[in-house]
Design a protein around this ligand. Structure first.
Ligand code: TA6
Length: 278
């Protein structure tokens, strides 16, 4: 079942239910903000105090950061790009079988985007809702010049307790520490007892988020970078649309093309960033 819904303020989203999973996706940003397998706790974290308002990114779920990840040199431009705060077109929903629903969203250049980023493009996001969650973000260059993008499927995972979780699969990987801007190398699994904001590079294997009663597997294609972020106590207090203690129950593991992994796309060529979560 694929149903169009709107909040009282007019904020539009799509709700999906099939025999194995359910999900909600906002038209702003093609932003998936709920995904759960039937009878299980949600996989994605969503802030209880998130804005659902045009022009502001939802805090939680999977923001699509595009066409740049992080800050732009021009500080008047939005952090993490404009895709997550722009309206996308819902192209179609396909109920492939009783267990599998695919949703396709599209976003292309317009007068507003050309003021911020002077290229013509087509961006498509295909989300597959089943017992696995799959997101395929395809960028096509419709311009006559090459362009460079950095991007992320900035996934917020719901966790039981930040001090109890671990991330496996990044041992020995180089990373840029975005708190110190130093290059480091990971030693062992990641555990959390302070703020972490890192861009791992050369990541070509599966990542496993280990929580008390479950493991979440993340497999990326078309991506060699993974961002790991938890704001911890002080930064969490300064973050918009987050409760002071929200850091305890969320952890971002982002499927990315960031920093050294930014991609140049030639005219008429495409690049697909794909994340499979199971
Ligand atoms: O991906 C990590 C990060 O870039 C952090 O530095 C962080 O503050 C964040 O994403 C959230 O950014 P936002 O623009 O959504 O507040």
């Amino acid at each position: 079942m694929v149903v169009h819904k709107t909040l009282v303020n007019g904020f539009a989203y799509i709700e999906i239910k099939n025999s194995v999973a359910e999900a909600k996706v906002a038209l702003q940003g093609a932003h998936l903000f709920h995904y759960a397998r039937m009878g299980e706790e949600p996989l994605l974290w969503l802030s209880e105090v998130s804005d659902f308002e045009y022009g502001k990114a939802i805090r939680g779920g999977v923001p699509v950061c595009w066409p740049w990840f992080g800050f732009n040199e021009d500080k008047s431009l939005p952090q993490h790009g404009f895709a997550r705060i722009s309206m996308w077109e819902f192209v179609f929903g396909d109920e492939v079988d009783e267990r599998t629903t695919t949703l396709t969203f599209r976003f292309s250049n317009n007068e507003e985007t050309l003021k911020m980023w002077y290229y013509k493009f087509l961006l498509e996001l295909k989300i597959t809702i089943s017992d696995r969650l799959t997101m395929e973000l395809k960028t096509t260059n419709l311009d006559d010049k090459s362009f460079e993008i950095s991007q992320a499927l900035h996934t917020y995972f719901a966790i039981s307790d930040i001090s109890q979780v671990s991330i496996k699969g990044l041992d020995k990987k180089p990373y840029l520490d975005a708190l110190t801007w130093k290059n480091e190398v990971q030693n062992g699994d990641i555990a959390f007892n302070q703020e972490v904001d890192r861009v791992y590079q050369e990541v070509d294997s599966e990542i496993v988020l280990g929580d008390k009663n479950r493991e979440i597997h993340i497999k990326n294609d078309g991506s060699l970078s993974v961002v790991v972020w938890n704001p911890w106590i002080e930064k969490c207090k300064r973050m918009s649309a987050m409760r002071d203690d929200a850091y305890q129950n969320m952890l971002c593991i982002e499927s990315a093309n960031a920093f050294d992994d930014a991609r140049v796309i030639k005219p008429n060529e495409s690049h697909v960033l794909k994340a499979t979560i199971f």
